[in-house]
Every structure is written in structure tokens, then in C-alpha cells.
Design a protein around this ligand. Structure first.
Ligand SMILES: [Zn+2]
Length: 235
């Protein structure tokens, strides 16, 4: 199975990475797609050029992906200014086709960041369009619509969890991998007072407590035709 994280920014995979590692352990291939260049994620250096910031974020995500033999496609749109345009849709349709997506993780429809909610609606639309031969791109259309699960949003939004994944066996590796985002570790410590590890552990422990395990990630299916499957896809 091809398992794909489609997120706005490099590090947004923090809400599904443990589950992806569990997928990898059962033999799945992993892919990461990011829509923006992440160039506004530098609280520690607000005057950094867009090009330099984007280069750092791309390198960090590429090294995380490389550590788990995953593919990485960066659509490189301007961070914090992601818009739904014909070009972005066609770029995402091609990226989804290139991964051969069977199972997709993406943002929930309510979130603190509009790049996140824009990605949610783009994925809903483009995953369906990735199956349609009337929209040709370099890669052939997908044979079937991928299953899509949304991730815990950032902030106090009502998130209707239906699925928990016990990823306790992969939690240490998840934290180690997230630290590839060294620039974001620094930015979060300065901006929020906590780094990636603590930020992730709090939620994973809370979701684990709800599910009766040490560490868990929580999901809700995207409620659109084709995205919900009548069989289990999560590990
Ligand atoms: Zn983000």
C-alpha cells in the first residue's frame, strides 16, 4: 500500500508519523507531499530570505523522508499564502498520482492555520480528480480513490475522532525523526516555549490514555465519496 501524508508545511506530519511508521512496518511504502515552502517558519530569524528559508525546510523534510525510504514531493507554494488555483490543483493531482496513493493523511477542515484548511479542501477535490482521465497530467490517473483520514487539528477545535492507532512501538522513532526539523525545533522553543518532542508527546499521551495504550494517534475519515472505505486500512 502507498501511504501518503499531504500537509501544508514540513513538520505537519507530526500528527500521523507514528501511524505511518506502523504502516511501514507492515510493508507499506511512505510518501510525503507538502504544499508550501515553509518559508515563514522562522521566528528565530524573521529577516531570512524566502529562498534560504525554503531551502532549509526542504532539506530537513528530505532528510526525514530519506531516513524512512520515503518519497518527498514539495509543491513549494508561498508559506502562509496558499491559494486554491488551477496550477496548484493540477500540481497536487499529479503529485497524488505519482505516489500511487492508497491511503492519505491530511489536515482536518477546522484548524488554526488557513494553509491547513486550504490543503484539506484541495485534497478532498484533487484526490477525486486524480482518478479522472479527463484531467491528464504526466502520470496516469489512479485506478481507485484513496482512503483519506484527517489528523488532529492544532488548537481547541472539535475533532470527531473515530479511529485510534496504537503506535507505542514506533513512538521513540517518531520523536527522533521529527528532530530532523531542527529549524522548527528552534522556532517552537522560542515561539511556544516547547519543542517538537514535548508538543507531540502531550497529545500522543492524551490520545493514548483515551485508547488505553501508551501512545496513540487519532483520526477521523474525510467524509466524501470514495474517501471512506468499507474495509480497514489503518494499521
Ligand atoms: Zn502547518
Amino acid at each position: 500500500m502507498n501511504v501518503v501524508s499531504i500537509m501544508a508545511h514540513q513538520d505537519d506530519e507530526m500528527r500521523c508519523l507514528g501511524t505511518m511508521l506502523k504502516c511501514r512496518a507492515r510493508g507499506d511504502r511512505l510518501h510525503f507531499i507538502t504544499l508550501t515552502d515553509g518559508s515563514k517558519g522562522f521566528v528565530q530569524n524573521p529577516t531570512i530570505s524566502r529562498e534560504e528559508a525554503a531551502r532549509i525546510r526542504d532539506t530537513e523534510m528530505r532528510s526525514l523522508a530519506g531516513a524512512v525510504d520515503a518519497g518527498f514531493i514539495n509543491l513549494g507554494e508561498p508559506d502562509e499564502f496558499l491559494y486554491d488555483t488551477p496550477e496548484v490543483r493540477m500540481g497536487l493531482i499529479e503529485a497524488i498520482r505519482r505516489t500511487g496513493a492508497d491511503l492519505v493523511f491530511t489536515h482536518y477542515g477546522d484548524d488554526y492555520n488557513l494553509d491547513h484548511t486550504t490543503v484539506h479542501s484541495l485534497v478532498r477535490h484533487c484526490a477525486m480528480q486524480a482518478c479522472l482521465p479527463v484531467l491528464p497530467t504526466e502520470t496516469a490517473p489512479l485506478p481507485t480513490h484513496p482512503a483519506i483520514f484527517t489528523i488532529d487539528p492544532h488548537g481547541p477545535f472539535l475533532f470527531p475522532v473515530t479511529h485510534y492507532v496504537d503506535m507505542s512501538a514506533h513512538h521513540d522513532e517518531k520523536i527522533r525523526l521529527l528532530l530532523h526539523h531542527a529549524s522548527q525545533e528552534e522556532a517552537l522553543r522560542l515561539g511556544n516555549g516547547t519543542g517538537l518532542a514535548e508538543m507531540t508527546q502531550r497529545l500522543d499521551a492524551y490520545r493514548g490514555e483515551q485508547a488505553g495504550v501508551a501512545w496513540a494517534e487519532a483520526f477521523a475519515p474525510m467524509r466524501s465519496r470514495g474517501a471512506i472505505k468499507p474495509f480497514a486500512v489503518l494499521p
